[in-house]
Design a protein around this ligand. Structure first.
Ligand SMILES: [Zn+2]
Length: 270
């Protein structure tokens, strides 16, 4: 079994959207401070004898051209070279999107579900509450936030093979040594993580935006949030899993951690 980290470019955004109130004002210091930061956007491919599992799908190649609303382009502009676009990174590993058997999409925001439409042959796992809310936004065409109307429209036209993960499910084995983790609500109404058990590297927990950075995890403090109690429950759950499986925890948008990971053009984890 091999695990590849696919570099799909980066976003830039206000640091306060990752970690809320990072620079609280005080009586003595009333000067507001803000930080514009670079955050990685990446996906993970697991090659197992029982099939290919992809975790998340990054942003659509045309996101900054005609896909995203102006608000998204302003708040979280995406930067990606042609070679970093997900279909092209897969190609360098010898695969096309049609070769992927399972996609686990952590949630349906623009930097995680952007390339879903390319995976027409895969079974696509998504949290049922996330799916319900996303389709409601699509139908009503309002309160889209990090959800992209044009992306969702293409998913529907592509007639994707969705597999809804029930809010009551806990862990689901996709193939041996690869489990979906139901991380519940927090950043959005329903998030999925992944637990991958590798013979040499050991166990890796992918949290996606349920816990975006090490700071969120350490401080137990969220960024943009849908359900703050859900976030705290999720941190507890991941802490217990980390202990139980003696696992590494990989966050979705932690540049410092991301810089230490081996990328698919250079190698893999086994
Ligand atoms: Zn994200």
């Amino acid at each position: 079994m091999k695990l590849y980290v696919l570099d799909n470019g980066h976003n830039e955004n206000d640091y306060a959207s990752l970690v809320a109130t990072p620079f609280p004002l005080t009586r003595e210091n009333r000067e507001p401070k803000a930080l514009w930061v670079k955050v990685p956007v990446y996906t993970v491919l697991v090659e197992s004898p029982q099939g290919l599992v992809l975790f998340d799908t990054a942003c659509h190649p045309d996101c900054m051209v005609d896909r995203w609303a102006e608000e998204n382009k302003q708040l979280t502009p995406h930067f990606c070279t042609v070679s970093q676009q997900l279909p092209n990174v897969l190609k360098r590993l010898g695969y096309s999107p049609d070769d992927v058997n399972y996609v686990v999409v952590s949630h349906l925001h623009e930097d995680h579900g952007g390339c879903l439409e390319f995976f027409k042959k895969a079974k696509i796992f998504v949290h049922e509450n996330e799916f319900d809310q996303t389709m409601r936004k699509y139908a009503l065409k309002k309160d889209m936030g990090g959800y992209i109307w044009k992306d969702i429209d293409q998913w529907i036209k592509a007639d994707l093979n969705w597999e809804l993960v029930s809010a009551d499910d806990d862990m689901i084995e996709i193939v041996p040594n690869v489990h979906i983790l139901n991380l519940g609500s927090g950043h959005t109404p329903g998030l999925l993580g992944l637990l991958v058990s590798l013979p040499n590297t050991g166990n890796i927990i992918l949290t996606s935006d349920a816990i975006s950075t090490a700071e969120n995890y350490k401080k137990k403090f969220p960024g943009i949030i849908y359900d703050s109690q859900g976030f705290l429950k999720c941190v507890d759950k991941v802490q217990k899993l980390q202990k139980k499986y003696n696992a590494q925890v990989w966050f979705s948008h932690d540049l410092e951690q991301y810089n230490t990971l081996v990328k698919s053009d250079d190698g893999f984890y086994d």
